[in-house]
Design a protein. Structure first.
Length: 294
């Protein structure tokens, strides 16, 4: 396989395009949906960005050669050209080390991540004291975006009677299925018939500070605190903006979780990466250690 040829101008344009947070997150999202891609409208909904704004960002990524587009019926489908970015890094990183005897230049850096031989699904329980907004939004996001690899549940120590209407309204507007979402107690997940969890994630400080039940299977636990949008006072638009901000924070962190090479990390490394995700303030602040990234 021959490498793509890159000029300095090509590399500058590619990196400049990815230097904007929304474009970087859009490219990462499309990489996850290789090789088929996503309709432009789905990219906008998943990242909670207005369609016109997202169209501008996608056009910039396409001009930089990072993505490609095709028309299917009335939809324009965008797909990442991950091989081009991988080839660029292959060239750059290959130039940073001298090959050993009998070794091809750049061979330390494979262009494709190997599949996990022990691939399986992971159960994730997301906790918040009321289980009415943040944890429910996280449940919906992870179940849709991590489908086939992650199965999400949510619960609360003191669950509300029903989900917060603004959380449900936001999820509905973004195309999520919300009929099955309900506020529920974490007691539902401690009985003998409950699914065994691989991860327990708290998204509110109150739940993180409470004494949790015993979770069978010794799941890894992490705290990803997100401000409670239900506590915001103001106009309806201000309240909706708070829910949208919480959604974006959760989506960024859950995207980082989905992208973790869980099968290649040891226990200490996985704990470290889960903690790093919890420290994220925005969509682009997680940096995997080079020795642990896939």
């Amino acid at each position: 396989m021959t490498r793509d040829k890159f000029t300095t101008e090509d590399a500058v344009e590619m990196f400049a395009s990815l230097a904007q947070p929304t474009r970087l997150e859009a490219y990462r999202l499309l990489v996850r949906y290789l090789p088929y891609g996503l309709p432009a409208g789905d990219v906008a909904r998943l990242l909670a960005v207005p369609h016109n704004t997202m169209s501008t960002h996608l056009a910039q990524l396409e001009r930089a050669g990072l993505i490609t587009s095709r028309r299917e019926g009335r939809s324009i489908i965008y797909a990442a050209k991950a091989r081009k970015m991988a080839s660029l890094f292959d060239v750059m990183l290959g130039e940073m080390r001298q090959p050993k005897d009998g070794e091809a230049p750049g061979s330390e850096f494979p262009q494709r991540r190997p599949s996990d031989a022990d691939f399986r699904g992971y159960n994730v329980l997301i906790l918040c004291s009321g289980n009415s907004a943040r944890s429910l939004m996280a449940e919906a996001i992870l179940n849709r975006e991590g489908a086939g690899r992650f199965r999400a549940f949510s619960a609360g120590s003191r669950p509300q009677e029903r989900p917060h209407p603004m959380a449900i309204s936001l999820l509905d507007s973004l195309g999520f299925e919300t009929d099955q979402l309900r506020s529920k107690s974490w007691d539902e997940f401690v009985g003998s018939g409950a699914p065994t969890m691989d991860f327990i994630i708290t998204v509110c400080d109150a739940a993180a500070g409470e004494e949790c039940p015993y979770w069978p299977g010794h799941p890894l636990q992490a705290h990803w605190g997100v401000p409670d949008p239900a506590m915001v006072r103001g106009t309806r638009d201000e309240k909706r903006a708070a829910f949208l901000d919480a959604y974006r924070r959760l989506a960024a962190r859950l995207t980082a979780l989905i992208n973790l090479p869980i099968g290649t990390l040891d226990l200490a490394g996985l704990k470290e990466q889960l903690a790093a995700i919890g420290r994220m303030e925005g969509a682009t602040e997680l940096t995997l250690s080079p020795s642990k990234a896939a």
